[in-house]
Design a protein around this ligand. Structure first.
Ligand code: UGA
Length: 418
């Protein structure tokens, strides 16, 4: 008002177009400007968020749907199987075979870094294509296991998750206890409480025969002199399995695998890294026993092992307990799954040389004290008699299939990375 008084009318006329505003209007304009600015910034931020944020992670219900869909079987008489270690070598093959014949399969794998996780992820791609969902998680995670058992009434658990490898046990002993002892107990705890209780088929190892010298190894032979911590944890697994069978009525079948090899195999195994090194022109170290003695293995081809696993699942009887209570004696079995035809490691190298058409740079050294045993040889009469199967693949044919896969897989990955 005071301003109005001191300014003449003609001056006012002049001032108007020059935008004279009283102070309160100035104040409003400034607030309005500030608000608009902040709203625009906010809007831009929201826009950016929607445009550039990664696609939303699946909701919990999506995850549950994937779990139940994957585990759905095609006929009422087929199985619903939880396969632990599904992204592993044997796990991947067994999962595919089960799905192929109409069983519902849910995979579980922790994708650890013991060997190249890219290979595990490539195996997972195969499984996904076949309609198998692999849950990324550890068998030590009780909450996760409980959730899976709540969602799916598994009829069977094919337990193949483990810390594998004989020699690595000297570098990382606790990983063997973590997976092969703690993990196994944790899984059996979940099976014990499940309703219905599933029948469990799991992978033990030929290494439980340890320092035994009587061949071929029979399931009736002693298994109390393991040569490695790996073997000791597998032996512990067999005893733990017996306890859960005895107290809780879980039907359990242990399969003693004999040096399994084949396509999609494990890079930590000799046949695999020998192939890699022979192709690269690198030296390979071949162990020999005392007095230039032969070191040999009863190498068993993956397809034969898969058939062994499936026949063990097919002949597994139901568990008798429920909700942690035993209602009667349950089935307890152990089988050797071997080829029953041991081959010296030197011979394995000769076969690889022929298949790869490259001469290996061999260095023969005395077998270090690393947990390895001199030889393995399976007596498989029980497998034949009770599961009705005989392995059908000799080392030469099996390695030929492996080499074909190896060359294909790694030349394809190389092309992709270029
Ligand atoms: O059958 C089994 O129970 C076991 O078979 C394999 O263990 P292994 O038989 O020792 O297989 P590799 O590690 O592939 O060794 C095969 C042979 O090559 C020999 N070898 C290994 C490494 C090397 O540098 N040089 C060498 O001569 C070993 O002494 C052995 O005789 C697996 O690694 C174990 O996980 C499995 O449980």
């Amino acid at each position: 008002m005071s301003v109005m008084k001191t300014v003449s009318v003609s001056n006012i006329e002049k001032l108007k177009p020059e935008k004279y505003y009283p102070p309160f209007i100035h104040h409003h304009r400034f607030r309005f400007f500030k608000r608009t600015l902040w709203s625009s910034i906010f809007l831009i931020f929201i826009l950016f968020f929607f445009i550039f944020s990664p696609s939303p992670s699946p909701t919990h219900t999506d995850w549950e749907k994937r779990v139940t869909k994957s585990a759905r079987n095609t006929t009422a008489s087929s199985f619903t199987v939880l396969v632990t270690g599904a992204a592993g070598f044997v796990g991947c093959h067994v999962s595919l075979a089960l799905k192929h014949r109409g069983d519902g399969v849910l995979g579980l794998d922790n994708f650890n870094r013991y060997y190249d996780p890219n290979l595990k992820r490539a195996r997972r791609k195969l499984l996904t294509r076949a309609g198998i969902f692999v849950v990324e998680g550890d068998i030590n995670d009780s909450q996760l296991l409980r959730k899976l058992f709540d969602l799916v009434p598994f009829t069977h658990v094919m337990h193949l998750a483990a810390q594998a490898g004989v020699r690595y046990a000297m570098q990382n002993p606790s990983s063997y206890i973590h997976s092969n002892v703690n993990g196994f107990v944790n899984l059996l705890e979940a099976c014990k409480l499940a309703n219905p209780q599933p029948a469990v088929v799991w992978a033990s190892s030929s290494s439980v025969y340890g320092l035994n010298s009587k061949v071929p190894f029979s399931e009736k032979d002693r298994t109390d002199q393991p040569a490695s911590l790996y073997a000791a944890t597998k032996k512990a697994g067999e005893e733990i399995a017996h306890t859960y069978n005895h107290i809780y009525g879980i039907s359990i079948s242990g399969l003693r695998f004999f040096t399994v090899y084949g396509p999609w195999g494990r890079p930590d195994m000799a046949y695999f890294f020998f192939t890699k090194n022979i192709l690269k022109g690198k030296q390979i170290t071949i162990f020999e026993s005392a007095n230039h003695g032969t070191v040999a293995r009863d190498f068993t081809y993956i397809d034969d092992i898969v058939k062994g696993c499936l026949s063990a699942l097919d002949t597994a009887k139901k568990s008798t307990g429920s909700g942690g209570k035993k209602k009667g004696n349950a089935q307890f079995r152990i089988y050797n799954l071997g080829n029953t035809s041991p081959v010296p490691v030197t011979e394995l190298v000769t076969i690889l040389e022929k298949l790869l058409k490259v001469k290996a740079k061999r260095k023969v050294v005395p077998m270090p004290r690393n947990g390895d045993v001199r030889f393995t040889h399976a007596n498989i009469s029980r497998w034949q008699r009770e599961l009705g199967y005989m392995p059908a693949t000799d080392l030469k044919s099996g390695l030929s299939k492996f080499v074909k896969w190896y060359l294909n897989f790694y030349s394809a990955s190389k092309k992709k990375s270029v």
